[in-house]
Ligand binder design. Structure first.
Ligand code: ME8
Length: 512
């Protein structure tokens, strides 16, 4: 039976342009989506934009635009960036779309009808930047405890969702499903938050109008987070396409650690109330920081993913983001760190294997990759390493450990580069040891093919180019792992087509 894999990114606020932090969660989700497609699974990959709320309304007002015009303009740079970054999302959801509004309203009505939503008055603090209500006791130096910005005092009639009703059930669920929230540090944070006793959350606003109207209460709009979380349901056809919904629910959520409570406390409570299965897992990534500060446009510290792609190429940036730090940890983003890693891993390790092997096939075999060797002797150790790496690579990707998977691939690259040094194909050629030379060259080409297949989820364009250079006419994306990620499949006599270096070395600026 085919497995289903439904993966999501956060939907990003369109108050400003996308930055490298947004690219990070999107590239991570893309790599997992691509891996699962290659594994033969049915995949649905959703991303999109979060377009309501006070923060977006404020950004529109600052430009003198009505909110709808603003969001219609701001969605373009996100879509363009994802296209440029080879993001293979199956759908793109905008919370201002009709298909979403009707689902939000129906859910609001249903939870009200069944007694999970009730009317009250909210008196307390609100951080517009985080779009979060804060009780006075949680403020830090009278500011938002999350971002440190000033908060505003609000008092307004509000509908509440009975999050507290689901507290015990959620604690039990997390206890029974240790992988529900990853990594451990985030699960512990959620558990202690739940144990401290959670309050019901206000889920409607009356003091501004940019949101989904509450269906039965004039003047109320749905709180932006209640609205936004529902995108994960709308995007997969909830209440609109039963077949698709049944096939793909529940999802795997990739989010940043900043929004863990919304995803691991409020969202599961909403799903309990709706009688739906909870997400398979919620992976909270760490932050990229610049001089210890979170990268974010509103702090004036930004890294433009388009500029990085201009300089280094999309695949190099994708690789760096997923290789540099384990998914749950923070990482300091430096240009030097990025360039060093690209030079060491891509130009040296990866580039060397490719740009030593193909010219040797050119020189010694007129560019024709030798035929497969039925029982490799010289390449036996290489075959063994490859089999081991393939198994570990798959296990890591199944566990959503992108860095682990990449580290495995690089282990194989190291073995293959050493194999060239130890077998010295140039001497085999000189001494006329043709069978051995064929075996060595074939073994190297086979390793390159396997590496291309395994790197395809991370560096799709590069993987295509490697197949092209090896003389393979197929695309890696069309070669399912079950049939092709196996040592010995490179059988035909291929005419290789060496091309330009895939990863030119990047010079560091003198002051770096
Ligand atoms: O929170 N490092 O949207 P948002 C790593 N609309 N990742 C980062 C990052 C950084 N410095 N900065 C941002 C929202 N991110 C809501 C989400 S979901 C139903 C609604 C990534 O535009 C990270 O994944 O503020 C974070 O969770 C997300 O962008 C927040 O994007």
């Amino acid at each position: 039976m085919k497995r289903s894999f439904y993966v999501t990114t956060p939907i990003y606020y369109v108050n400003d342009l996308p930055h490298i932090g947004h690219a990070y969660s999107t590239v991570a989700a893309d790599a997992f989506a691509r891996y699962h497609r290659l594994s033969g699974d049915d995949v649905f990959f959703l991303t999109g934009t979060d377009e309501h709320g006070q923060k977006v309304a404020k950004a529109a007002a600052a430009k003198g635009l009505d909110p709808q015009t603003h969001v219609d303009r701001m969605v373009a740079p996100f879509k363009e960036l994802w296209q440029r970054y080879s993001i293979s999302n199956d759908d793109f959801i905008r919370t201002t779309e009709d298909r979403h509004r009707v689902v939000v309203q129906e859910i609001f009505q249903r939870l009200f009808d069944q007694g999970d939503i009730y009317k009250g008055v909210y008196e307390g603090w609100y951080c517009i930047h985080e779009e979060t209500f804060w009780p006075e006791s949680q403020l830090k130096d009278k500011n938002c405890p999350e971002c440190g910005r000033p908060v505003e005092l609000i008092q307004e009639e509000s509908y509440y969702f009975k999050t507290s009703k689901y507290q015990e059930r959620l604690l039990k669920y997390i206890d029974a499903n240790p992988d529900f929230v990853r990594p451990d540090v985030r699960r512990n944070e959620v558990v202690s938050y739940l144990k401290s006793g959670i309050q019901d959350v206000a889920i409607s606003r009356t003091t501004f109008a940019w949101g989904v109207p509450v269906p039965f209460a004039e003047g109320h709009i749905v709180y932006v987070w209640f609205d936004a979380l529902i995108n994960y349901l709308t995007g997969i056809g909830y209440l609109q396409d039963d077949e698709r919904f049944k096939k793909f629910w529940p999802p795997v959520h990739i989010i940043g650690k900043d929004i863990i409570k919304f995803h691991a406390v409020i969202w599961p409570s909403m799903l309990f109330a709706l009688g739906l299965a909870l997400p398979k897992t919620i992976v909270a990534t760490g932050f990229w920081t610049l001089g210890d500060q979170k990268i974010s446009k509103s702090r004036g510290k930004v890294i433009d993913p388009n500029q990085l792609a201009d300089e280094l190429g999309v695949d190099a940036v994708r690789y760096f983001l997923l290789r540099e730090v384990p998914l749950g940890q923070d990482g300091e983003f430096t240009h030097t760190g990025l360039v060093r890693r690209v030079n060491a891993d891509l130009a040296n390790d990866f580039g060397n294997l490719l740009h030593r092997t193909l010219p040797m096939i050119g020189r010694y075999r007129e560019g024709v990759v030798p035929l497969a060797v039925p029982e490799p002797r010289k390449a036996a150790a290489l075959a063994e390493s490859a089999a081991e790496v393939i198994a570990n690579f798959k296990a890591d990707m199944e566990a959503l450990d992108a860095r682990g998977a990449l580290t495995e691939i690089w282990r194989l690259l190291a073995v293959a580069n050493k194999f060239i040094d130890s077998t010295q194909p140039w001497n085999l050629y000189k001494e006329g040891r043709n069978d051995e030379l064929d075996e060595v060259l074939w073994g190297l080409a086979e390793t390159i093919r396997l590496v291309a297949l395994m790197t395809a989820p991370f560096m799709p364009t590069t993987a295509d180019k490697i197949f092209e250079q090896l003389g393979l006419d197929a695309k890696p994306a069309d070669q399912p792992y079950e049939d092709y990620l196996v040592w010995g499949k490179l059988t035909g006599q291929l005419k290789s087509r060496p091309g330009a270096p895939l990863f030119p070395r990047v010079e560091l600026e003198p002051e770096e």
